[in-house]
Design a protein around this ligand. Structure first.
Ligand code: SF4
Length: 384
């Protein structure tokens, strides 16, 4: 059987920058978008033959806002993917999109191109929160896009949400989640807001965030207790609505878990294309340049390469695997590293178990609910 591979394709363009965003994304004119697409397709064509022995199980067009590309540009891109790689017949093909950037015609074209999963960045169902976040759309525009996507045949739709926003009460978060769950999307990602350096939010809320991390009450950001209460209620409420809580921040209707993201958490090999995109191949991490000009001129040859050590691999298997609610599969750890998980981590496992933060059965190691609350502490124990 051919080895499985995932593809990530980065489209770094956005209408404008959201106030909390530290992703590699920016506004760009039509000329720059077209030049970028040329470089991207060239990168895909040049690289594809080197993984001819792999079967692609998932493709993810992420960003940025990939849905900003025109129908013609998206078609060119997908044609290059189909021509270059051998895709499994039921490969999951996702495009990230912002409400307000999709028309009925574009959605119809996406479906026709074989894109079978749509990930909509909503973040909040309350317009005052969307304004605060600097989002380009309203909740009503999201509802329109969601309806049009259904009409275009999309059954696998993810909705991205964000909790613990400045000034957000527990009741306000409940309102967002209840509204979205009422639509019954196949998948919901619900992350807590992180205040990232270099963003406008950092200037405004950094001190608040520090307080929140120390467990102190804050005036603007929900304090740590409220943030955890939101998280636990999300878990309980979405389970009641028929969702499987399969990763710390991800919920899916049974069988609709995201193949692509699971790949990252179990360390399936992936090839990334585009500005700043990373690949994991043959236990090496390759990272494309984040310099727009260098990428356009040199593509993949302007890459950083890091050979992962045995320790790196073990740490990643634990950090990433423990994000899954099923946990780290012991057999998989052994197969990937050649040693049983208790060899490097026996003491850590005993310590965390004695603290009620980790549980173990015959096949898996997983964080407990309290272990998830103290996730940073738990993960730090697995550093070698
Ligand atoms: S739409 Fe997404 S990638 Fe673009 S600026 Fe906003 S958060 Fe960042």
């Amino acid at each position: 059987m051919k080895k499985p591979l995932s593809l990530y394709i980065h489209i770094p363009f956005c209408v404008r920058k959201c106030a909390y965003c530290d992703f590699l994304s920016f506004p760009a004119d039509a000329r720059e978008r077209e030049q970028y697409l040329d470089a991207l397709i060239c990168e895909i064509r040049t690289f594809a033959p080197s993984v001819a022995d792999r079967t692609v199980v998932s493709v993810f067009l992420g960003g940025g806002t990939p849905s900003l590309l025109t129908e013609t540009q998206l078609k060119r891109l997908m044609d290059a993917v189909y021509a270059g790689f051998s895709l499994q017949s039921d490969a999951e093909i996702t495009i990230e999109a912002n409400p307000g950037t999709l028309t009925a015609h574009k959605l119809f074209c996406l479906a026709k191109m074989g894109i079978n999963r749509l990930s909509l960045g909503l973040q909040s169902a309350r317009n005052e929160e969307l304004r605060l976040l600097g989002r380009i759309h309203t909740y009503e525009e999201f509802l329109d896009t969601y309806r049009l996507a259904g009409e275009a045949g999309f059954e696998n739709i993810n909705v991205d949400l964000m909790s613990a926003l400045p000034g957000q009460t527990f009741a306000a978060w409940q309102e967002t989640l209840e509204r979205v769950a009422a639509l019954s999307p196949a998948h919901i990602s619900a992350y807590s807001l992180m205040i990232e350096e270099g963003t406008p939010f950092f200037e405004t809320y950094h001190e608040e965030d520090e307080k929140r991390r120390r467990g102190e009450a804050t005036a603007l950001l929900p304090d740590e207790d409220t943030e955890r209460k939101m998280y636990r209620w999300t878990d309980q409420f979405l389970r009641e609505q028929g969702y499987v809580h399969y990763e710390i921040s991800n919920f899916a209707k049974p069988g609709m878990e995201c193949v692509h993201n699971i790949g990252y958490w179990i360390r399936r090999e992936y090839a990334g294309f585009g500005l700043g995109a990373a690949s994991l191949l043959e236990e090496c991490r390759f990272t494309n340049t984040t310099d727009r000009n260098a990428y356009r001129k040199q593509g993949r040859s302007a890459q950083k390469v890091q050979k992962l050590t045995e320790e790196d691999r073990m740490e990643e298997l634990m950090f990433l695997g423990l994000r899954m609610m099923s946990g780290v599969e012991k057999k998989r750890f052994l197969a990937k590293t050649g040693v049983p998980v208790h060899k490097p981590y026996g003491d850590v496992i005993s310590l965390l178990r004695s603290q009620g933060l980790l549980e173990e059965d015959e096949d898996y190691l997983r964080l407990t609910a309290r272990g998830i609350d103290l996730g940073n502490y738990c993960m730090a124990q697995f550093l070698l």
